[in-house]
Design a protein around this ligand. Structure first.
Ligand code: H79
Length: 463
């Protein structure tokens, strides 16, 4: 039973315009968390502040055992040291391109409130650093030149803004202050989209406080204004809530915005959970650190195998994987990130056909890996190679399309496909066996590309 929602969705659940189709086709993206937190890199005076237990970009909030007494003040003055001598946006963009990323998200302003662009609306911005130059512009231009679509990350909440409060503003003074903060937020967003017209969309964060939740009328109008002034802009579900305080989805369960932003360091176990919504998953390399961490020792950092598995998990369910990088205070990626970018890029060079422009295949999940589909091509990215090197594909008995041919993306050699109707009536399936080459011994996940066609032999026909 639906209820009346006044501040519900502004755009339809699944926009079909070109921008949204592009979003659904990206497959792989890159997140970049870069800000003042890159300078400490999760440490104070060379001592790891809190190991891997807390996110490095939150160091201003949690301080840690080795923090100086007045660490918040120390932090708020870090901008005087921001002078990234190794920063080369073109190098980052080239690396992202070689990795296979088709979009990127850049932290224009994280919770510390520091603007990585020369905003007119606050002095706490990049132009006041020794570096002075507009890093956001350098990044937007360099990535756009590589053909990588740019999205801007924007934290609404700010830890050190005197006009910001987390609680609901109650007194007239509080209301006036918070209204100033709302106007400031609006100004900054309009400024960003005006300064960087190549921007394809916004990735919002820090919108969970009561003050913002209660500003539903303001945020509703702001979303409308952004869409009117910047047609085609893509806005995630973390931006706002309805008048009943429901975030991401309104009180009727309808998505607020163009893509679901709930998949932060987590993945849906089942396709059905997504309810047909567009989505992306943003993922860290360390367990939970988005900004630069000098010291990765003692932490499990994801391998390229882990990340490729997550990538295929996402795209097999119509989502994108956005892999986070946290460059250091000088503008260099972590050496571990350089290695991952290279390994993923090498894998993508061979296998990106199974990643780009694909959709959920509609088959039962395979224990061997992930299915993706594009037109009449079915891809199985195999992570669990069968001991007998026979890859068994289950197809519904009533299916009007079955695998006709198969090859490996790695060498394009034709593989034998055998209809093996083993007589097991497990789930109304019949089976097709793809026979891998003798002594096949891949050390990485590999992709089998199958062409689908109508079943033709008697045995293949409906039973
Ligand atoms: O930028 C990265 C993180 O710093 C940021 N999002 C990614 C992309 C992030 N900020 N916070 N979090 C992630 C998790 C926040 C959790 C909490 Fe809360 C905020 C716990 C209490 C306040 C939100 C509101 C979750 C529970 C209540």
């Amino acid at each position: 039973q639906r209820i009346e929602v006044k501040y519900g969705p502004i755009t339809p659940k699944n926009r079909t315009d070109e921008n949204m189709e592009r979003f659904r086709n990206y497959g792989l993206g890159q997140f970049i968390h870069w800000g003042l937190y890159a300078i400490p890199g999760n440490e104070w005076e060379g001592v790891s502040a809190r190991g891997g237990a807390a996110a490095s970009e939150w160091i201003r909030s949690w301080g840690g055992a080795t923090a100086p007494k007045d660490w918040k003040n120390t932090y708020d003055n870090l901008y005087k040291q921001f002078n990234p001598k190794d920063f080369d946006a073109k190098k980052w963009a080239k690396q992202a391109k070689d990795m296979g990323a088709r979009y990127m998200i850049f932290t224009t302003k994280h919770h510390d409130g520091f603007a990585m662009w020369p905003t007119k609306y606050s002095d706490y911005n990049i132009s006041k650093t020794p570096y002075k130059k507009d890093v956001t512009k350098e990044i937007v231009d360099a990535y756009t030149a590589e053909g990588i679509d740019v999205y801007l990350y924007f934290s609404v909440l700010e830890w050190n803004n005197p006009n910001y409060m987390g609680a609901e503003p109650k007194t007239p003074e509080e209301k006036e202050k918070f209204q100033k903060f709302l106007d400031y937020t609006r100004n900054q967003l309009l400024e960003l989209l005006t300064n960087y017209p190549q921007t394809k969309g916004l990735w919002f964060d820090g919108t969970w406080d009561k003050s913002w939740i209660m500003a539903y009328e303001f945020t509703y109008n702001l979303e409308k204004e952004l869409r009117t002034k910047f047609p085609g802009i893509i806005i995630g579900s973390r931006f706002r809530n309805d008048e009943f305080g429901k975030r991401h989805f309104d009180s009727n369960g309808d998505i607020l915005g163009d893509y679901e932003q709930g998949w932060e360091r987590k993945l849906p176990a089942e396709f059905e959970w997504l309810d047909g919504n567009t989505w992306d998953c943003v993922m860290t390399v360390p367990p939970n650190g988005w900004g630069y961490m000098k010291d990765w020792s003692g932490l499990y950092t994801k391998t390229s195998d882990d990340l490729i598995d997550m990538l295929m998990h996402c795209v097999s369910m119509n989502g994108n994987l956005v892999l986070n990088f946290g460059p250091d205070g000088n503008g260099k990626m972590h050496p571990g990130e350089d290695i991952l970018a290279k390994e993923i890029g090498e894998w993508m060079k061979v296998n990106s056909e199974a990643v780009y422009d694909v959709r959920h295949a509609g088959l039962s999940p395979s224990k061997l890996g992930y299915f993706t589909r594009k037109e009449n091509n079915l891809y199985l990215t195999v992570f669990n190679r069968p001991v007998n090197n026979i890859v068994r594909i289950a197809v519904p008995k009533k299916s009007t399309e079955v695998p006709k041919t198969a090859k490996l993306l790695v060498d394009s050699k034709e593989l034998k496909v055998v209809h093996s109707d083993i007589g097991l009536d497990l789930d109304q399936s019949t089976y097709y066996d793809v026979v891998l080459p003798e002594n096949f011994n891949a050390k990485k996940a590999f992709v089998i590309k199958m062409e689908l066609g109508a079943p033709k032999t008697a045995a293949e026909k409906l039973m």
